[in-house]
Design a protein around this ligand. Structure first.
Ligand code: LLP
Length: 387
């Protein structure tokens, strides 16, 4: 059930992000409940999905680790109180200052994406007289059935070390003194709703693990990344993702032994459904061939529809029972791609009506910009409205 305090929004300036804290906690509880049946599984939250401090605090309290992709994310995670041993650092282009920051704080491990990066980390470790754990990010050349812009595990993607070069990389690492090879890392993409894509990832990982085992290497850690998708079309029905099916798939398909830890880096599936972008109707404008609903929220607040043709459910909070009309729902930004939805059927809207854009908790606030010199939207949790 979507449960928004519309009455409390009445006097509030828009646009803003609203997070349903109870739903976030319920999602995390369900996640922890499912993880509990798999003793080898460890979940990190992919902070890139939403690095709002208060959201991070709730996630930290739930006991998750954190997957960071920049020095800024590491600093934010540390400031919220994530323990360094629960922080992993991924990313295809780590700057020297970011590597040093991670080394100074003795984080759990680096997910290394190239031989070149491995050599720089070794150099900096030498300079700083320290050692670190390393997982190698494998590019398994596995397709994910998702938007092209969020596929990461194909040969043409910039991510990871080609699967055929992993052995060579491990051999080179063995000659290096400051890095400890502890595992493999994979991530094939985001918003994946076909569990079969994760099966393909398991097949590829199993082949590589068998190949390494023949050569006497059994990595302690296998990180399979994130990517579990959510239901953007029916958020009210599938408000908590099916973590059971997701973890069961890995438990069944991935061949790991009792000593190996399987790590997950989930972002979207933890935070997407608890977030809403709340906006007001500025104008209902009759165009030549379309009726436009012009909102005070724009693509700078939520870029997903413009960037990935993403569809977020849109609700008229002020007139839920009105007669239906068809609108192109757009923002005020000076770009034709500033569109939240074409031909959206909504109960009749008027100037001043409150509109909720659903499933906006992941890659919403986190990707907001100040394009057109627009202020960043503020964010609130349900407790701010005394709920
Ligand atoms: N691990 C790695 C290495 C990643 O690159 C990502 C996401 C994740 C974990 C978390 O994936 P998730 O569980 O959230 O699917 N801005 C896009 C999504 C980009 C995802 C980038 N990497 C969107 O709005 O759809």
């Amino acid at each position: 059930m979507i449960n928004l305090p519309t009455h409390s929004f009445q006097q509030h300036p828009t646009p803003f992000y609203y997070y349903d804290e109870e739903l976030l906690r319920a999602t995390l509880d369900e996640l922890n409940r499912q993880v509990a049946s798999h003793p080898n599984f460890i979940v990190h939250y992919a902070a890139k999905a939403n690095a709002n401090i208060r959201i991070l605090e709730i996630i930290k309290e739930a006991g998750l680790g954190v997957d960071c992709v920049s020095g800024g994310e590491i600093e934010t995670a540390l400031s919220v109180g994530f323990k360094p041993e629960k922080i992993v650092f991924a990313g295809v282009g780590k700057s020297d200052w970011e590597i040093k920051l991670a080394l100074e704080n003795n984080i759990f491990c680096f997910n290394v994406e190239s031989i070149e990066e491995m050599e720089v980390i070794e150099l900096l470790c030498n300079e700083m007289n320290c050692t670190t754990n390393v997982c190698l990010r494998v590019n398994p050349n596995v397709a994910a059935h998702t938007h092209k812009k969020i596929t990461t595990g194909m040969a043409e993607n910039k991510f990871g070390i080609p699967i055929d070069c992993i052995w060579e990389t491990i051999e080179r690492m063995q000659a290096i003194t400051h890095l400890r090879f502890i595992g493999l890392h994979f991530h094939i993409g985001s918003q994946i709703v076909e569990l079969n894509d994760f099966r393909e990832l398991c097949n590829s990982a199993n082949n590589l693990l068998a190949f390494l085992k023949e050569r006497g290497i059994e990595p302690e850690h296998i990180n399979v990344g994130g990517g579990l998708g959510i239901d953007y079309n029916n958020p009210e029905e599938h408000i908590v993702p099916d973590f059971k099916a997701y973890f069961d798939t890995y438990a069944k398909e991935l061949l790991y032994n009792a000593k190996q830890k399987v790590h997950f880096e989930l972002g979207r599936s933890l935070v997407a459904q608890c977030g809403f972008l709340i906006s007001r109707v500025l104008y209902v404008k009759q165009g030549q061939s379309k009726q436009f609903l012009i909102l005070d929220a724009g693509m700078n607040d939520l870029i997903r529809p413009a960037m990935y043709h993403a569809k977020h459910k849109i609700i008229n909070l002020s007139n839920p029972l009105g007669t239906n009309e068809v609108y192109d729902v757009v923002g005020p930004v000076c770009e034709s791609s500033d569109v939240f939805g074409n031909d959206v059927v909504l109960p009749q809207c008027h100037r001043g009506h409150l509109i909720a854009i659903c499933s906006a908790g992941a890659y919403g606030e986190a990707m907001a910009s100040q394009y057109n010199c627009r202020a960043l939207a503020k964010s609130y949790l349900s407790e701010d409205f005394n709920i």
